[in-house]
Design a protein around this ligand. Structure first.
Ligand SMILES: Cc1ncc(C[n+]2csc(CCOP(=O)(O)OP(=O)(O)O)c2C)c(N)n1
Length: 516
């Protein structure tokens, strides 16, 4: 067996069943081996940012790593932004990067580059396999490193001659480790903090799944503590029957208002809140002065267990407070970000997975969908736009029985629009809604917020997506995805109903009225 075959068998044996790929010459033995290992499904992505984002979406939904297959340094570089988002999400992911044959590197051939330096900032584990005989053990360790906890990106650099050389055997999986338990003393400290009436519990990571939310809701019911969710969760379970959760706002002024009056801040799987950017004259930390911060659980610690133990201590009789079922009425009239949100709230199917990269057009989505049937909400964890469509693609591969909605603003969608082709190729049940405002609208706002002198024509043209107007329906059809354009709330509701009812991918371009 050559190194590539042993590696692929080991990945499959360790629970990796999909590889989002964009291969080149140095990965040909990996590609050839896929036919001998049907348990590992190769999915072709037409840009590496789609492959890495899809692996992120897959890992968020399964808790298991998908693999990527990228072509040397340039292929990795194309995938970096979504590996960055995956890193911020704490997603388990095995990032396989092909490399020149070991003896070829010193010739400085055109694709030669410093792969390790490119990979390091996004990887919490990197290994360069030296010999075919090591490929399988390295693959097993990569899976274990990706799973953590905490989960993360494990990058395995695979030279071509390691792949094609013989004398390798598959390796057994490395036994998984559980999250570290939170010591009793830490739970006791949080319990004392909760005696102060002005407490906020900031929930993040695994605390945003049902068990964590229900324990936190019991604590809030018994102690009067307020619950907030981190601003950009990797995966939030929400909807009717689950405890509702307000998220910390993106804009620092709003976040400060949400935290005003707090004396005790308990971090449950979330980091201490900071402003997304620095603004002249404003603080970077959003923790109000004088607030005592307590860390109940860090990433990689058993945050749900800690919340459950804390609930047993301070709220033994309390019940979680479920969000009542409640949907907005279907609106009529023009198409605005608000009416699109109301239609989505009215029609969101039970068990849907929402990949939210709607940016400024998404402000009404949380309220409009709060009482919809239970669903998962995946957000832009690392601020690097171009994540929404790939994450939706990976989530659909992970959960073929669920409806996936990608809610994407036009500017962000264009970074990784090739994801639509993979959705068509794989027959994935993804409905993409494009919020077409024909602007980088958030940057209009940021231009003022950072105190830059309000732009003239030259500045404005860098934030404007018209001239020419993008035609997303045509782009989608060109990649095999049926598409519609909607210019009124009624047209949008009809198109969304049809898209959700039919299997396979669809795209609806919502032509927002302020786009003119
Ligand atoms: C990879 C990357 N490149 C550039 C940016 C800077 N950026 C932030 S928001 C934005 C425009 C977003 O426009 P759009 O997706 O249409 O959303 P809107 O602001 O109109 O709601 C840009 C370019 C970024 N965050 N990430």
């Amino acid at each position: 067996m050559n190194g590539a075959q042993a590696l692929i068998r080991t990945l499959a044996g360790s629970g990796v069943d999909v590889c989002f790929s964009n291969p080149g010459t140095s990965e040909m033995h990996f590609v050839a081996s896929l036919d001998t290992v049907p348990q590992l499904r190769g999915v072709l992505c037409l840009f590496e940012g789609v492959a890495t984002g899809a692996a992120d979406g897959y890992g968020r939904m399964t808790g298991r790593p998908a693999a990527t297959l990228l072509h040397l340094g340039p292929g990795l570089a194309n995938g970096l932004a979504n590996l960055h988002n995956a890193r911020r999400a704490g997603t388990p992911l095995v990032n396989v990067v092909g490399e020149h044959a070991t003896y070829h590197k010193r010739f400085d051939a055109p694709l030669e580059s410093d792969i390790d330096s490119l990979a390091r900032p996004v990887s919490h584990w990197i290994r360069r396999t030296a010999r075919a005989a090591d490929a399988a053990a390295d693959a097993a360790e990569a899976v274990a490193a990706a799973l953590g906890p905490p989960g993360g990106v494990a990058t395995l650099v695979l030279p071509a001659d390691v792949s094609w050389s013989g004398d390798a055997e598959p390796a057994p999986p490395v036994p998984p480790r559980g999250p570290s338990l939170v010591p009793d003393a830490v739970i006791g400290e949080a319990a004392s903090a909760l005696r102060d009436g002005a407490s906020v519990i900031l929930l993040g990571g695994a605390a945003l799944r049902r068990p964590g939310l229900e324990a936190a809701s019991r604590i809030a019911a018994a102690t009067g503590a307020r619950l907030l969710g981190e601003t950009f969760p990797a995966r939030l379970e929400r909807g009717a029957g689950l405890p509702g959760l307000e998220r910390l706002a993106y804009l620092a002024e709003f976040a400060q208002a949400q935290l005003a009056g707090t004396r005790q801040l308990i971090l449950a799987g979330a980091r201490a809140p900071v402003s997304f950017f620095a603004y002249p004259g404003l603080p970077s930390s959003l923790v109000p002065a004088g607030v005592q911060v307590h860390t109940l659980a860090r990433p990689g610690e058993d945050v749900c267990g800690a919340l459950a133990a804390l609930a047993e201590r301070v709220a033994p009789q309390a019940r979680p407070r479920p969000q009542p079922e409640q949907r907005p009425a279907l609106p009529g009239g023009g198409l605005t970000a608000e009416t699109v949100a109301a239609v989505i709230g009215a029609l969101l199917p039970e068990g849907a997975i929402v990949s939210d990269e709607a940016n400024t057009s998404g402000l009404s989505l949380p309220a409009a969908t709060a009482g919809a049937p239970p669903h998962d909400w995946l957000t832009l964890t690392g601020g690097a736009i171009g994540q929404g469509l790939p994450v939706a693609t990976g989530a659909a591969v992970a959960c073929p029985d669920r409806s996936v909605l990608a809610l994407d603003s036009d500017g962000s969608a264009m970074y990784t629009i090739q994801a639509l082709w993979t959705q068509a190729r794989e027959g994935l049940d993804v409905t993409t809604v494009i919020f077409s405002n024909r602007r980088y609208a958030i940057l209009d706002l940021e231009l003022q917020r950072v105190g830059a002198v309000a732009g003239g024509d030259a500045a404005r043209s860098l934030l404007d997506l018209s001239r020419p107007d993008l035609d997303f329906a045509a782009l989608a059809r060109g990649m095999g995805v049926p598409a519609a354009r909607a210019a009124s709330a009624g047209e949008f509701a009809d198109a969304l109903r049809r898209a959700l009812a039919e299997p396979g991918p669809h795209l609806i371009e919502a032509l927002l009225s302020q786009a003119g």
